[in-house]
Design a protein around this ligand. Structure first.
Ligand code: FES
Length: 71
């Protein structure tokens, strides 16, 4: 499902990026382009990011996941 209409970014792309370690909103903006235009997708991008982090069993933060958090 498209989450960011402006940049045609799907929830699957966001989930994959977070699982690969891109856990900050700014990092997701840089890597996928989401939230960078109108910004209306920001709330949903954050919700997906937080859900993936919760599923991974890590604390939801606005920073890049450290190597120790992945160990
Ligand atoms: S919907 Fe994502 S920047 Fe506009």
């Amino acid at each position: 499902m498209y989450i960011c209409i402006c940049k045609a970014v799907t929830d699957g792309q966001i989930r994959s990026a977070v699982q690969e370690g891109v856990t900050s909103l700014s990092g997701l903006r840089q890597s996928l382009g989401c939230t960078g235009q109108c910004g209306k997708c920001g709330k949903h991008v954050k919700q997906i990011r937080d859900q993936v982090l919760q599923d991974l069993g890590t604390a939801a933060g606005d920073s890049t996941m450290s190597a120790s958090a992945l160990a």
